[in-house]
Design a protein around this ligand. Structure first.
Ligand code: GTP
Ligand code: MG
Length: 231
């Protein structure tokens, strides 16, 4: 038997639909060596805290956060990728498909993770990432003050050379939470400035991909401040 919606139900549905229809969704991939803290950073931004425990990411984990920016609602879909080659090789082409922004992460206490940055940039270039896709460099674990191996000076030079803003932060230290916020808010503002509606560019993944992925969808209120890309 067919049921009829009341007028108020219909208008409620329509407004939900129109809001949904207009919500732009941006795919951001987070890449870098294993153990640099990609999972913790994305969890901090989407879940609002440092995770109790993490394991090496296999394939990709998705985390989402809805933001309200200047009256527009946008959704950031973070692709927390695997750093270990054996856990990422079958997924790499999916990471780069229809990507809107890239966050490169190194561990400030591990020089090798910084020295590998050119290899991560090469991987992006090999997948023909357009030059207008915003990129951000993030040094994580700044809370480990006695163990720092990558100086700000060195990282800033590299960031300037590649025309990327640099953020040094900690997913672990609660007092750095605003800084983690700033990383993604910087991207959100850059992406929002894009004129085109991006709904068509939603990532497509098949059932095999989905089996390998944990989907975590957390919508949080906008918080913290934003800044424009320094680049
Ligand atoms: N001190 C400190 N430790 C951190 C921080 N972020 C992450 N860690 C620790 O670093 C380890 C690796 O963190 P993950 O987030 O799992 O690293 P990942 O980059 O996702 O690693 P893969 O999934 O293997 O690519 C964990 O033991 C975390 O607790 C941080 O800001 N400070
Ligand atoms: Mg991980």
């Amino acid at each position: 038997m067919e049921t009829e919606n009341t007028t108020s139900e219909v208008s409620e549905l329509e407004s939900t639909f129109s809001v949904e229809k207009q919500k732009r969704i941006f795919k951001i991939i987070v890449i870098g060596d294993s153990n640099v803290g990609k999972t913790c950073l994305t969890f901090r931004f989407c879940g609002g805290k440092f995770p109790d425990k993490t394991e090496a990411t296999i394939g990709v984990d998705f985390r989402e956060r809805t933001l309200e920016i200047d009256t527009e609602t946008i959704k950031l879909q973070l692709w927390d990728t695997a750093g270990q080659e054996r856990f990422r090789k079958s997924m790499v082409q999916h990471y780069y498909r229809n990507v809107h922004a890239v966050v490169f992460v190194y561990d400030m206490t591990k020089l090798a993770s910084f020295e590998n940055m050119p290899a991560w940039i090469d991987e992006c270039d090999r997948h023909s990432l357009s030059a207008d896709v915003p990129r951000i460099l993030v040094g994580n674990k700044c809370d480990e003050k006695d163990k720092i191996q990558v100086s700000t000076n060195l990282a800033q030079k590299f960031a300037d050379m590649h025309c990327m803003p640099l953020f040094e932060t900690s997913a672990k230290d609660d007092s750095e939470a605003d800084n983690v916020e700033a990383i993604f808010m910087t991207l959100a503002h850059k992406l929002k400035a894009h004129k085109q509606m991006m709904n068509k560019a939603l990532p497509r993944y098949n059932s095999t991909d989905m089996k390998r992925a944990k989907v975590i969808s957390i919508g949080r209120e906008k918080s913290g401040s934003s800044s424009d890309c320094a680049c």
